[in-house]
Design a protein around this ligand. Structure first.
Ligand code: FCB
Length: 414
């Protein structure tokens, strides 16, 4: 099939992505306590066997999931053996379905006890996350090769502590800056803990890359705004992990400093790239999608060329250590399913182009296997290849055949 031919290596990971709170159901954490209760959800905790069968039937060979900290450690220092047994069954089922797991430790949700201690706002709380990572490595380290400490740390920082839209609903740039620093520290601790107790694993983060372009390319103020937003949102976290420190002057917010930490430097074995959309920004900082631009049900612009651009950016940020990249999320909310097929085709064509340009991409995970709880938006947005009743959407068949085409004519080593 067109650009996919002889482009993808035979060991390329084709997957779908999920997170525990969004699909499992029956979880009590800081989100449910704050009135964003996912309820019984789409009951993946009960229906995972069936869901993995679906994933396998789509020709995928990998699956991204997260472990819910609030289930495994519902009270401080108390490890729930039933929750542990559950996730061991999940890993066994993934293995039986030939789906390689990619496992996230922190995907936006926290145990209530940890949130009550101030969560990520307090630097001394990093040790609880470290202890969680240690425990996870001991119990599940043998079940997976690919580990993600943090999902979209900068989205978390902005949504929770700058825009105040997600728990704990804080709007304070100084707190946001602290959380940014604490997440870096938390990642560093977890990175080393995972490596200390689990052998032959690779540890990374899933980083949201949003293209941030000036609304008016000729307006120097818009250009400046785009430059600063891009540096702080897309680059800062990765630069800090690569170099072990970060400094930047942000107009209006002062100096951002992450002091040098040798343990932080190089604490990435791969980089996950989550890509959804681009924003055009102006001097007011607004994120604008022009009315005539194609967009998803959430109003996010559909801009496939952006995938190649963010992969180039991710490669440039990690080039010093030639890190492998994974597209750990890419997808759209589309209840009609009319846009999802073209979305997949055009984004995979960009991915193919990136591979031909020798960007070291090792996998692609579509968000999401099934409709789920989209955070503050609730159950409205439909990101799934399957709906909540496990009915396959037509685009799922297309994904299945695109994977088949890519696998049928793999790239032969030259
Ligand atoms: C990403 C999140 C993921 C999902 C998608 C639509 O920002 O990581 O949980 O909500 O957006």
């Amino acid at each position: 099939m067109f650009a996919l031919k002889k482009t993808f290596p035979p060991d390329f990971l084709w997957g779908t992505a999920t997170s525990a709170y969004q699909v499992e159901g029956g979880i009590f954490n800081d989100w449910s306590a704050a009135g964003h209760d996912a309820g019984t959800g789409v009951a993946h905790a009960e229906r995972y066997l069936e869901d993995f069968e679906w994933a396998q039937s789509l020709n995928t060979n990998a699956f991204r999931l997260s472990l819910e900290w609030a289930r495994l450690e519902p009270q401080e220092g108390v490890w729930d053996s039933e929750a542990e047994a559950h996730y061991l069954r999940v890993f066994a089922a993934l293995k039986a379905a030939n789906l390689e797991p990619m496992v996230t430790l922190f995907h936006f949700t926290l145990p209530i006890w940890f949130a009550a201690k101030g969560g990520w706002t307090r630097s001394e709380n990093g040790v609880y996350f470290q202890r969680f990572a240690e425990r996870v490595a001991e119990c599940f380290g043998h079940c997976a090769r690919l580990w993600i400490t943090l999902n979209e740390p900068m989205v978390y920082v902005f949504k929770c502590f700058d825009e105040g839209l997600w728990p704990p609903f804080v709007k304070d740039r100084r707190v946001a800056l602290k959380v940014f620093q604490n997440l870096l520290k938390g990642h560093t601790l977890a990175y080393h803990s995972l490596h200390a107790s689990a052998k032959q694993i690779q540890v990374g983060i899933a980083k949201n890359f949003t293209l941030l372009e000036p609304l008016n390319h000729l307006n120097p103020l818009d250009q400046l705004q785009a430059y600063f937003q891009d540096r702080i949102f897309n680059r800062a976290f990765v630069i800090a992990l690569m170099e072990g420190h970060f400094e930047m002057i942000l107009p209006g917010a002062g100096k951002i400093t992450v002091p040098f930490d040798p343990a932080m430097r190089g604490s990435l074995d791969f980089l996950g790239v989550n890509y959804y959309t681009r924003f055009r920004v102006n001097a007011q900082g607004a994120h604008l999608t022009p009315h005539n631009a194609p967009h998803s049900d959430l109003g996010w612009e559909i801009y496939p060329e952006g995938l190649l651009k963010v992969l180039q950016l991710a490669q440039s940020l990690t080039a010093a250590r030639d890190l492998p990249l994974y597209i750990t999320e890419n997808g759209l909310a589309d209840a009609s399913d009319l846009l999802r097929g073209p979305f997949l085709t055009t984004h995979l064509a960009q991915l193919a182009q990136a591979l031909r340009a020798k960007i070291p991409i090792k996998g692609y995970f579509y968000w999401s296997l099934l409709d789920n709880f989209e955070w503050a938006e609730g159950y409205g947005p439909r990101f799934g290849l399957l709906d909540a009743e496990r009915r396959l959407r037509p685009s799922a068949k297309l994904y299945q055949s695109l994977i088949q085409a890519a696998q049928a004519e793999p790239l032969r080593p030259s």
